[in-house]
Design a protein around this ligand. Structure first.
Ligand code: HEC
Length: 380
């Protein structure tokens, strides 16, 4: 500390907590603002004695939380009602109950991040890590068994004589000024110090490099690549095992895959009508199954009762009614054929609806037709 030339503060150490509390009160009452107390353990009542006001950090948290909530609500509104409006489950675009969780989470996230950031960068002035009191005999004493107070020389009221009196009155053990070298200790914020920025950039580069190497190289090294190195033929890839070089094979001719019955009347509605017979009986369960599947898969276009009153608002051509003489006089096989194979613009539903369900739908359509064309015998 040979070049220590600027006065930082007048410090004093005490041996009893009562003394330091009274010293702090006297310093406070004398109008000093820039002073601090250093004790090896918390001394109760010190906040009041020093006249410390409540921290403003809570206010920062509140503002960040409010901004987070409002910002997120506006953002979701913009996404779901303006930029990419989508009807989900028939609900309005602006369906606020669905947006509570994400709004809540962003509120918490933003308030936490801003609080920690503000605390470190604004309140603690990070990355300024040097302090004139560091490495002084005063600091060594107060971090061991003494209680100390330091009043900064930059305080508007700074008056060494008055301070010495206050300290003496309260039985100070030692009173000494602390000097610092401007060269080493800077009170200027170092956030934009080139060295600090360089360090940040270095951390960013090293962590991205580690991420890149782990995910692009390490993950493909032994033993992580064992999953990829299995004996198997990849789709679309060449395989030398077979003479024709194709890795993907056609099923052996004349065989049928397990659980898969090919539909023999593809493109042949007349044959379907002639040869197919509904294997189900029109029981209550079958009709209920047919109704459920009809309402799920068919009603968007055909309407709930098969009248062809589509709900799709002209986004798809309206189908003809299922109560026409034509469809009523069709054998069951023809209706089954339309569901299985499609008809003109109506697509095939053989992959969405199982064979049994398709036959149940046919029964249900028959029931719908009977409801509008009841026979004499249907009347009680
Ligand atoms: C995406 C809309 C759409 C859906 C869903 C749909 N259909 Fe169709 N359907 C049509 C259209 C359009 C036609 C008329 C096709 C044509 O021009 O021949 C049609 C025709 C039919 C016909 C023949 C009617 C006739 O007079 O030729 C039957 C039977 C039929 N659909 C039954 C069904 C059943 C059963 C379902 C549910 C599994 C279903 N459709 C689902 C649009 C649909």
């Amino acid at each position: 500390m040979s070049n220590s030339n600027v006065l930082y503060a007048l410090t004093a150490t005490f041996t009893s907590p009562d003394d330091i509390i009274r010293a702090a009160e006297n310093v406070r009452d004398a109008g000093f603002k820039k002073f601090d107390v250093h004790t090896p353990y918390p001394v109760h009542g010190m906040d009041d004695a020093m006249g410390i006001k409540e921290t403003k950090l809570g206010f920062v948290t509140l503002v960040a939380g409010i901004l987070g909530a409002i910002g997120m609500i506006l953002f979701i509104y913009w996404i779901s009602a303006i930029d990419y409006p989508q009807v989900i489950g028939g609900k309005p675009y602006w369906s606020w109950p669905a947006f509570i969780p994400i709004t809540y989470e962003i509120t918490v996230l933003l308030s936490v991040l801003v609080t920690v950031g503000a605390m470190i960068a604004v309140f603690f002035k990070f990355p300024n890590v040097s302090h004139p009191l560091h490495d002084t005999s005063f600091m060594k004493k107060v971090s061991s068994d003494k209680l100390g107070i330091s009043v900064q020389a930059v305080d508007a009221k700074y008056d060494e004589k008055l301070l010495r009196e206050i300290f003496k009155k309260n039985h100070a053990e030692s009173v000494e000024p602390v000097y610092y070298t401007e060269e080493f200790i800077s009170f200027k914020p170092r956030m934009f110090d080139p060295k600090f920025l360089l360090l940040l950039a270095g951390v960013a580069i090293v962590s991205s490099a580690c991420g890149y190497i782990s995910w692009n190289k390490l993950a493909f090294m032994v033993p992580y690549d064992w999953m990829m190195e299995q004996d198997r033929i990849n789709p679309q890839s060449v395989d030398t095992f077979y003479e024709d070089g194709f890795g993907m094979r056609m099923p052996v001719e004349g065989t049928v895959a397990r659980g898969f019955m090919p539909y023999p009347y593809k493109g042949k509605p007349d044959d379907a009508g002639k040869y197919l017979v509904n294997p189900l009986l029109p029981t209550k369960e079958t009709l209920e199954l047919g109704k459920k599947k009809f309402l799920t898969f068919c009603s968007p276009c055909h309407g709930n009762f098969g009248d062809g009153d589509s709900r799709l608002n002209g986004q798809f051509p309206n189908p003809p009614t299922l109560h026409s003489d034509k469809v009523r006089n069709w054998p069951d096989g023809n209706i089954y054929h339309v569901i299985t194979d499609g008809q003109n613009v109506m697509p095939s539903y053989q992959y969405q609806i199982s064979r049994e369900e398709r036959w149940a739908i046919v029964h249900y359509i028959r029931a719908l037709q009977r409801s509008q064309h009841a026979k004499e015998t249907d009347l009680p």
